[in-house]
Design a protein around this ligand. Structure first.
Ligand SMILES: Cc1cc2nc3c(=O)[nH]c(=O)nc-3n(C[C@H](O)[C@H](O)[C@H](O)COP(=O)(O)OP(=O)(O)OC[C@H]3O[C@@H](n4cnc5c(N)ncnc54)[C@H](O)[C@@H]3O)c2cc1C
Length: 313
């Protein structure tokens, strides 16, 4: 069976949904072989074995100081070693940059924004701000594919005890130096790009994101924002959804007080169900919304949060 190499940037004892989705997809296509972006422990190898990984490769020392160059050298080297039929990576900014470098190292085609991969490695992806769905196929080398979260339903796999191979990464090349890093305080909410539900707010919030945060917490959702909201300083830029922000594709996207500019739609248009709350019945967001509520966010959102909590409790 063909080896399908899966890149897991951050090994963990509790692999997240996006990681489980990549393993599920790899199982469908062949034999999953995992390459970690950081040194492994017995526990992280066992955790990935519980998802059915056939073998695990990991750097023998931290690649933090090499930035993306180290991960790319590692993934390309392991892809050659295991003669991978395809390489799957997460569709994050890092994942895409590593994919690009791996593509160069392997002289292979790179496809980003995949939402599905068929048995013959034909990739389904959305393009032009989600306006079109296309089929694409790498015509050269080992296809290097970044897969969007929430594209595959994670499936149970037979647990394995994968062998760990520690790899010394020597050809990372010159890299920038990381002077310092600062961990972001955890919000307790799911990560924006992995979340099944996202509640986003825009200029219509008029500076107060409380209704968005309360509805998000009632739903166990991530919080997002339009650029108008992040530019105004109402919420950090890391929450921005859109062309120059994050691309999300959750099962449910609720946008509150967001007009629906093309640059915002570019980041959320592939959401499965879109609910829009806007006081202007002619707002363009209603053109792509599955459900629309014409009303004031300060009234509609608290009512929705209260009703959800009432039904939960
Ligand atoms: C190169 C470039 C890149 C960009 N990248 C991005 C990007 O990544 N993401 C992004 O979002 N934008 C991006 N933009 C900006 C984009 O063009 C829009 O300006 C922005 O999305 C507008 O944000 P908004 O919908 O919150 O604000 P507005 O367009 O001002 O809309 C606010 C909406 O709130 C409604 N509203 C007002 N009060 C209430 C209320 N009380 N209750 C309910 N509704 C109310 C209004 O009817 C209106 O529809 C980019 C622009 C450029 C030029």
């Amino acid at each position: 069976m063909a080896n399908i190499l899966v890149f897991i940037n951050t090994p963990t004892t509790q692999p997240g949904k996006a990681q489980r989705e990549l393993l599920t997809l790899a199982h469908r296509l062949g034999e999953p072989v995992v390459v970690f972006g950081a040194p492994a422990t017995d526990e992280t190898v066992a955790a990935i074995g519980s998802l059915g990984a056939g073998a695990v490769y990991a750097p023998s020392t931290s690649l933090d100081a090499t930035l993306i160059a180290g991960e790319a050298a590692l993934v390309a080297g392991v892809a050659r070693t295991v003669e991978a039929a395809a390489v799957l990576l997460p569709n994050t900014a890092d994942g895409k940059e590593i994919a690009a470098r791996v593509g160069i190292k392997l002289s292979s085609g790179v496809i980003t924004d995949a939402v599905d991969v068929a048995d013959d490695l034909t990739v389904t992806k959305s393009v032009l701000a989600g306006g079109y769905t296309v089929s694409a196929r790498a015509t050269h080398g080992t296809p290097v594919i970044t897969v969007k979260p929430n594209s595959v339903e994670p499936a149970e796999a037979t647990a394995t005890s994968p062998a760990l191979t520690n790899v010394e990464v020597t050809d990372a090349g010159p890299a920038a130096t990381v002077a310092s890093t600062e961990d972001k305080p955890a919000s307790g909410r799911p990560a924006l790009q992995d979340a099944r539900i996202v509640v986003s707010g825009g200029r219509g919030l008029d500076g107060d994101f409380t209704p968005v945060e309360e509805l998000a917490d009632a739903l166990g959702a991530a919080v997002g924002a339009s650029r108008a909201a992040t530019d105004a300083g109402w919420i950090e830029h890391s929450y921005q959804v859109g062309q120059t922000g994050k691309t999300v594709s959750p099962q449910l996207y609720i946008c509150a007080g967001i007009s629906g500019a093309i640059q915002h739609k570019a980041g959320m248009q592939t959401s499965q169900v879109i609910v829009a709350v806007n006081s202007d019945e002619d707002a363009p967001i209603f053109e792509i919304a599955d459900f629309g509520i014409v009303g004031d966010v300060r009234t509609v959102l608290p009512q929705a949060a209260a009703e959800i909590k009432r039904r939960q409790g």
